[in-house]
Design a protein around this ligand. Structure first.
Ligand code: AMP
Length: 411
């Protein structure tokens, strides 16, 4: 039994308005990252939170920021997020927990007209939630002054790194006041991120929340099958679920194709990936949240940060090449206190990636079940696993080519 379970929100010295908002959103107890992060953050200490989405990390940094800035007129906090979707979710969290305390938040992200940013900035925000590129546009054109920022939060720093934002982060750090509190949240610690932390943070408190925290609540299953069988199996699985399903596909074109194929079968599906414009992405997400579209087909852009409650089923139509993406993807189901199902389709070529995930999360990853090439018209309950013997005989039938190879090698 972890001691964090003994912590309550009442243990934190917060304004009553914040306690009230926490009650209103329905949080009963702090999650482990909140229990460990909020006290040092309230004292103004630098914090590194090794935690991913689904652990409650957004409130872990939002609550101390709201406490520190409540009733203040100036722009005191900057939160950097890698994607527009994550920025929107962070903004929503600040509004939920901070509006009653008078904390105003503005979102500055690419893909929306600049006029919207100017209007948001004229409303005298206390907290700016921004993606790096658009923020730099405003800094360079002197539209935003960073001189009053006392608290910087870098969320999903490893994602920033993967997306090539490290130079932008360095640029932003160079214009922030040196005397400030810095909080950084990341699921992993790439070298570049570690270097940034070492150079720009003062004696940070490190808090590590197990990388698989959200994943272990999701029931996982892996089906090994031929690429050509994926579509039919997907449609069959969709036919068996009633709730929200998030389907991950590797490429943007693949997302479009699959969403069209699903829709043609009469299941409402929306698509989301980086090439779609922001208005469309927002609408797809809103329709998925509202239940208008039961299925969302996405690239990994949606894997991090996406906070939609009650996703019943995550399906990895394409197995991720990056082991951590697997954890992030399946973390979209089984959020803080829910459970869910994560199904992954695995082709023979994916085996090394499956091994990579196994290295990361160990035995929590079940062995793949090999599937027969099955009849989509059949009304069978669940896809049929292939017996061991049958699989061996398949392998034998492939041998001649390997013999040919080894034969030529000996010549
Ligand atoms: P995050 O990891 O910040 O993306 O949060 C994941 C989800 O957990 C969000 O839907 C939050 O509203 C929810 N959440 C955050 N803190 C708590 C808490 N203390 N109790 C229950 N749910 C929470």
């Amino acid at each position: 039994m972890s001691t964090e379970n003994d912590v309550t929100f009442a243990d934190f010295p917060l304004h009553e308005s914040i306690h009230q908002s926490i009650r209103e959103v329905g949080y009963e107890r702090p999650t482990p990252i909140q229990a460990q992060c909020i006290p040092p953050a309230l004292e103004g200490k630098d914090v590194i939170g090794l935690a991913q989405t689904g652990t409650g990390k957004t409130a872990a940094f939002a609550i101390p920021i709201i406490q520190r800035l409540a009733g203040r007129p100036d722009l005191g906090a900057l939160v950097l997020a890698p994607t527009r979707e994550l920025a929107a979710q962070i903004t929503a969290m600040f509004n939920e927990l901070g509006a009653a305390s008078g904390v105003r938040v503005a979102t500055i992200v690419g893909g929306v007209p600049m006029e919207k940013d100017y209007a948001a900035l004229r409303a005298w925000p206390n907290v700016l939630v921004a993606t790096p590129g658009r923020l730099i546009d405003h800094i360079e054109s002197d539209k935003i002054s960073m001189s009053e920022i006392e608290i910087l939060t870098v969320d999903e720093a490893d994602r920033m790194h993967d997306m090539g934002f490290i130079p932008q982060i360095r640029m932003i750090l160079s214009v922030l006041p040196a005397k400030r509190q810095t909080m950084m949240f990341t699921a992993t610690m790439p070298d570049d991120v570690e270097r940034i932390a070492r150079k720009n943070m003062r004696d940070p408190v490190r808090i590590q929340i197990g990388i698989v925290a959200p994943a272990h609540r999701a029931r996982q299953e892996l089906f090994e099958l031929a690429e050509d069988d994926k579509g039919r199996l997907l449609l069959e699985l969709l036919g068996k679920t009633k709730g929200r399903v998030l389907v991950f596909v590797r490429t943007k074109r693949g997302v479009d194709r699959l969403a069209r194929r699903i829709s043609r079968r009469g299941v409402d599906a929306a698509a989301i990936h980086g090439d779609l414009d922001q208005v469309y992405r927002d609408k797809a997400l809103a329709d998925f949240r509202s239940g208008r579209h039961r299925v969302l087909v996405a690239t990994d852009i949606a894997a991090r940060g996406l906070d939609v409650s009650n996703i019943e089923h995550v399906i990895n139509y394409d197995f991720p090449h990056n082991a951590e993406d697997y954890v992030h993807r399946i973390g979209r189901t089984a959020r803080v206190d829910a459970s869910g199902l994560a199904t992954s389709f695995v082709t023979r070529d994916d085996r090394r990636y499956v091994n990579g995930v196994r290295k990361l999360i160990g035995d929590k990853l079940p062995a793949p079940i090999r599937l027969e090439s099955y009849d989509a018209s059949g009304g069978d309950e669940r896809p049929k696993p292939k017996g061991k013997g049958q699989y061996r005989s398949n392998r034998r039938s492939r041998r001649p080519s390997s013999r040919r190879r080894s034969g030529s090698a000996t010549k």
